[in-house]
Design a protein around this ligand. Structure first.
Ligand code: 0PR
Length: 365
């Protein structure tokens, strides 16, 4: 490092120049993140120095984490549920597989999940020595329940369903998975990292939450549709006993035990996540989410009017089309099967959709 520090002006012009290399959200149609809501930024800033890794020193911040868990558990219809704020879906999924593994005590445990599962489960399988068993999807890209039955065996420690798949925006048949899990006594985890803050705010949506008796845990990410600052995920469990399987003694901290994967944890994004939910309320969330779904439907109608067909009709605001050329400056993504994928996040508002459709129309109409 430099021996003498540089001038603040020089430092910030250097940093700003680097920031200018980043893309603007105005052209990003591929991301599950979105610029944070202004109240998230304000709340984050207020709690910038807090560390939830030593909650006894920050009891106010810790109580807000508990309130966030309470709000989301209630939203997912398990008012007495428990959990904690993670760094996002990856950590939530890793932690839940740790729980499932320790509960089942099998010698060669496996995890049955859909082919559409996020790659974080592969990381978890690798770290935990779990066999990951992807099962095929049906024609609508939802987990095929018959294939799930075939894949489950005596060593299955966890069944996973996705509520809002990363690539195609589908919700797996969680009701059927819940019945299967209850009948066979298997831990069922629902990865609602994306859909968890979409589905509760739609007038009609498939069941995915703790109202289904077989659902043991849910991952939801406020840093996606919750418009929080990054990183903000939440892992929720129906049973405190399950969460306690993660408990580690922390002898010299202000609390005796912790359940988290990371040690030092930022309070800022956690409070930011709560702030958005409190500020908007369910009415405000409905307005945002239903706006995103309206834009999703408009995008589908517009693309299909140019003869560019959707792959499936998504359950959430992630939409896929047959592959086409995409003009600058638009940033889209491509699924493993090569389909064009667009996420209609809050920043992808109606004007952006029309401008994108206009550009596509110039090439394909
Ligand atoms: N589960 C689901 C269903 C997800 O879609 C994701 C992330 C995760 C878990 C993991 O979440 P974290 O990345 O928060 O740990 N889905 C996005 C993806 O991989 C994340 C993302 C967001 C990628 C913005 C790119 C981007 O620009 O596609």
């Amino acid at each position: 490092m430099r021996k003498k520090g540089c001038k603040e002006d020089d430092l910030f012009s250097f940093l700003s120049a680097k920031k200018d290399l980043d893309l603007s959200y105005a052209s990003i149609l591929s991301s599950m993140c979105t610029p944070p809501h202004p109240v998230a930024v304000k709340a984050h800033t207020l709690f910038i120095e807090t560390n939830l890794g030593d909650p006894g020193l920050f009891p106010g911040t810790a109580s807000l984490e508990q309130l966030l868990v309470e709000r989301l558990s209630t939203l997912f219809r398990s008012p007495g549920g428990c959990g904690y704020a993670t760094s996002g879906g990856t950590e939530s999924n890793i932690q839940v597989l740790r729980i499932a593994k320790s509960l089942c005590r099998k010698e060669s445990p496996n995890v049955v999940l859909p082919e559409s599962a996020h790659f974080s489960f592969k990381k978890a399988g690798d770290m935990l020595g779990l066999e990951i068993r992807p099962v095929r999807l049906d024609s609508q890209k939802r987990m095929d329940v018959e294939a799930v039955r075939e894949a489950i065996d005596a060593n299955t420690c966890c069944l996973v369903g996705i509520a809002g798949t990363t690539e195609y925006g589908m919700v797996d048949p969680i009701r059927e998975l819940s019945s299967l899990a209850s009948d066979l006594g298997i831990f069922l985890h629902v990865d609602a990292a994306f859909g968890g803050l979409v589905l509760p705010f739609l007038p009609e949506s498939p069941a995915f939450d703790f109202s289904l008796p077989g659902v043991s845990s849910i991952a939801v990410d406020p840093h996606k549709m919750g418009m929080s600052t990054i990183p903000a995920g939440v892992l929720l469990l129906r049973s405190l006993e399950h969460l306690c399987t993660l408990a580690i003694d922390t002898p010299y901290l202000s609390v005796k035990q912790e359940y988290t994967l990371t040690g030092t944890r930022p309070g800022g994004p956690v409070v930011a996540a709560l702030a958005v939910l409190e500020y908007l309320g369910s009415e405000g969330m409905e307005a945002v989410v239903q706006g995103c779904m309206k834009n999703t439907r408009r995008l589908i109608a517009g693309m299909e009017s140019f003869g560019i067909r959707r792959v499936v009709t998504p359950d959430v605001n992630v939409v896929t089309f047959e592959a086409i050329d995409i003009p600058e400056p638009w940033k889209v993504s491509w699924t493993r099967e090569g389909h064009l994928r667009i996420v209609c996040m809050p920043h992808v508002h109606a004007g952006i959709i029309e401008s994108f459709l206009n550009d596509i129309g110039e090439m394909y109409a």
